[in-house]
Design a protein around this ligand. Structure first.
Ligand SMILES: [Zn+2]
Length: 367
């Protein structure tokens, strides 16, 4: 399968292909419909594939689509992996494999980054005892700029306004204020929700079962939209142990990962999926990396997220401006460029292959 074939044209096709590939391989498949339908009346569900039998001491988790529209890439990686394992071009991993497809099926189908309740799922994983309230200090001040209560306009001088904000406050401060996650503006961008989302609850309930008591887990969660075009960074939002740090360097090289902080491509966010998986102690050693692949620059990305959010809340579903905003968001998070698709897919598969090799070699060593 070449790279252009692995990318599906829409959520329904991606889901059907994922399920067919899992069935062909003879793996176990589970589906969790979230209610509601996609643009063509299709069922929306979060699908899970698990490898049967084998060695359960180690688990590999490959997830995608937490940010809806970013799911085109995660789905392509999963499909290419399943295809390679099924056609024998790569050996089946000798460990427990769990593939989470379309973690935010609503966003995937409707070309949104957020879910059916406007929640950013990667800000929703607060730990027990953390409150779903509060915002970064400057978010309320930026709110009228971030979340105008009107449909998007093609004529708004967004770039100028954004540049002015960045000049005034600094890029790191703006990134931190805007994207770190907020719990006070339910129609705003980067809203973390009022309680655990359905995906959050499903994972809490079922992830321990899928991990089958593994002591070691490596989890790659695929995302797009941050960083340089087609380049990858592994983002870590929790304190790494020395062993985990060594693994990341051995497997992926120095400079392949970044602890979150406003100086890098990322920012400190609340309610991150990785931090939650690690803190919940689903395994003795849970190495989680958000595999983030760059597309376009931060200003067009933010303009696109903002315009789609305006269209979603204040535009008519079939209005030209709404359709344009969604099409644009899709291009921003899943570029149509052959070069981008080819590079990110190759790199994404390599990340998984090296994790499999690393986990399998480690398993072969006496403890
Ligand atoms: Zn993302």
């Amino acid at each position: 399968m070449n790279h252009s074939q692995a990318f599906s044209p829409d959520y329904a096709t991606a889901r059907r292909r994922f399920r067919e590939a899992v069935t062909r391989l003879g793996w176990e498949l589970e589906a969790f419909p979230i209610g509601g339908v996609g643009p063509n009346g299709e069922e929306l569900a979060f699908d899970v594939a698990c490898s049967p039998g084998g060695d359960f001491a180690n688990s590999l988790v490959v997830s995608g689509g937490l940010h809806g529209v970013e799911g085109f890439f995660g789905s392509a990686v999963q499909l290419a992996l399943l295809d390679g394992w099924a056609n024998g071009s790569k050996p089946l991993p000798r460990l427990n494999c769990v593939l989470l497809h379309g973690l935010n099926p609503h966003g995937f189908a409707w070309l949104r980054r957020f879910d059916e309740n406007n929640v950013d799922p990667n800000r929703n994983f607060l730990l027990p005892g953390e409150l779903y309230s509060g915002s970064p200090a400057k978010y309320p001040q930026f709110n009228s700029f971030l979340n105008p209560e009107r449909p998007p306009s093609a004529w708004e001088p967004f770039t100028l306004k954004a540049l002015w904000m960045i000049a005034r406050h600094g890029m790191s401060a703006v990134k931190q204020a805007v994207a770190a996650g907020q719990y006070d503006f339910p129609k705003g961008v980067f809203y973390g929700g009022a309680g655990p989302s359905r995906t959050n609850q499903l994972l809490d309930e079922h992830l321990p079962r899928w991990l089958k008591g593994s002591r070691e887990v490596v989890h790659l969660d695929f995302h797009t939209g941050l960083g340089r075009f087609a380049e990858c960074k592994l983002l870590i939002d929790y304190p790494l142990t020395d062993r985990q740090r060594t693994r990341l360097m051995d497997w992926y090289g120095t400079g392949s990962y970044e602890d979150c902080g406003p100086s890098g491509i990322s920012y400190d966010a609340r309610g991150g999926f990785g931090h939650w998986c690690v803190s919940r102690r689903f395994a003795d050693d849970y190495l989680f990396a958000c595999a983030e692949f760059g597309t376009y620059g931060p200003i067009p990305m933010f303009a696109g997220v903002r315009a789609e959010n305006q269209a979603h809340h204040w535009g008519k579903p079939n209005a030209a401006g709404t359709i344009r905003a969604k099409k644009r968001l899709r291009e921003l998070f899943s570029p149509s460029s052959d070069e981008w698709r080819s590079r990110v897919l190759k790199h994404g598969i390599e990340l998984v292959d090296r994790a499999v090799a690393g986990l399998t070699n480690d398993a072969a060593k006496p403890v």
